[in-house]
Write a protein that binds this ligand. Structure first.
Ligand code: PLP
Length: 382
């Protein structure tokens, strides 16, 4: 018997880890503990709860969120995890817990735009210096490290340019200089890559994306050793970036099918990317599953034969061409976010007219047909 937390397989852990039948009603699903506070029979019980980390107030901890933390730690192969209100809540509380005034951080030029704003504008205002590098250029990473550098921060698959970070090489560089290596693994999910197995010290996610999977909630997580997670939990508590129990319940529900969904995302993305690459209207495409990807060797070494559900491409032509293509889509949604069961397309006029595609779990022939009709007759330069 493996028990509900002990299954070795990824899909088994995704379904069972953290979940318990409700002790009072024996309801099989983890309940939504929609409460601000927890009461005690006696003042002495309250003291014991406070001393032993019992639930006390939902900003600090909640049983529904705690169940999700156990599940996500099990999926990342981590000792501990802390779930917060959103991916940005996890990025900010992680970096605040690791950095103080006078410290320096090295990060990638290609990170999610709001992470970039936080790194570029907010950390320096707190006296923390930040250097942006091409994360695929290991010499540049090495050269950016200073005596006061404390953290190396990178996305495993970068948003929106789809570069794959060489995690083992970056971890070696970080550890040779005593840095904490933090990886945002949002674009890949723990089904495809577990950064802690490749030398990262902490892994974080916008759980809003693949882990939740249904585009109906925001959530974030950081996973790693308890000694690093506890200070992040404290930051989350004092900044009030806690998860809502209902959101945690939605993620518990979505995460159970993570492995099943990722298989469909990967198969559909490869098919659609191969189709897009063949079209005469397309100027370029970046998908780690294609031979043409600029750091395909790193993708093969880290990901094997599944390359995720995200790609970016550009059309021949200008902003108007990009918009005309986007406006013609009928099945695929035109909007931000990613990792949902439905396909989402996001044109980025301020990123050289890059079009980011989050390939969903629909039948691949239907997604391809939608792209085909949107490209048909599109006016592009000869
Ligand atoms: C790579 C990455 N990290 C972090 C975030 C922030 O997540 P959230 O929107 O849940 O705050 C995003 C959001 O798109 C993202 O793409």
């Amino acid at each position: 018997m493996t028990g509900r937390d002990g299954g070795a397989g990824f899909r088994t852990r995704a379904i069972h880890a953290g979940e318990r039948a409700d002790p009072v009603t024996r309801a099989h699903n983890t309940p939504i503990y929609q409460t601000a506070s927890f009461t005690f029979d006696t003042a002495e019980d309250k003291e014991v709860a406070m001393e032993t980390g019992g639930h006390f107030y939902t900003r600090t901890s909640n049983p529904t969120t705690a169940a999700l933390e156990v599940k996500l730690a099990a999926l990342e192969g981590a000792e501990a995890a802390v779930v917060g209100a959103s991916g940005m809540g996890s990025v900010a509380t992680t970096l605040f817990s690791l950095l103080n005034a006078g410290d320096h951080l090295v990060t990638s030029e290609d990170v999610f735009i709001i992470s970039r704003f936080f790194l570029r504008d907010d950390l320096p205002k707190k006296g923390i210096d930040v250097t942006f590098v091409d994360i695929t250029n290991l010499e540049e990473v090495r050269a950016a490290i200073r005596p006061n550098t404390r953290v190396l921060f990178a996305e495993s698959l970068s948003n929106p340019n789809m570069y794959v970070a060489n995690l083992p090489a970056l971890a070696d560089i970080a550890h040779a200089h005593g840095l904490t290596f933090v990886v945002d693994n949002t674009f890949l999910s723990p089904y495809l890559l577990r950064p802690l197995e490749h030398g990262a010290d902490l892994v974080l996610h916008s759980v809003t994306k693949y882990i939740s999977g249904h585009g109906d909630t925001l959530s974030g997580v950081v996973a790693g050793p308890k000694a690093l997670i506890d200070p992040i939990r404290y930051q989350l508590d004092v900044l009030g970036a806690c998860a809502s129990p209902f959101n945690s319940w939605l993620v518990l529900r979505g995460a159970r099918t993570l492995g099943l969904r990722m298989e469909a995302h990967c198969a559909n993305a490869l098919e659609l990317a191969q189709f897009v690459e063949r079209q005469p209207e397309v100027a370029w495409i970046r998908y780690p599953g294609l031979e043409s990807h600029p750091n395909r060797d790193v993708a093969l070494a880290l990901l094997g034969d599944r390359f995720g559900g995200m790609f970016s491409f550009g059309l021949r032509g200008d902003r108007a061409t990009m918009n005309a293509f986007a406006n013609r889509l009928e099945l695929c949604g035109l909007g931000v976010s990613l990792g949902d069961v439905y396909t989402l397309v996001y044109p980025m006029p301020n990123r050289n007219n890059l079009i980011r595609v989050s390939v969903g779990c629909e039948n691949s022939e239907d997604i391809i047909a939608d792209f085909e009709q949107a490209l048909e007759g599109l006016a592009v330069p000869a």
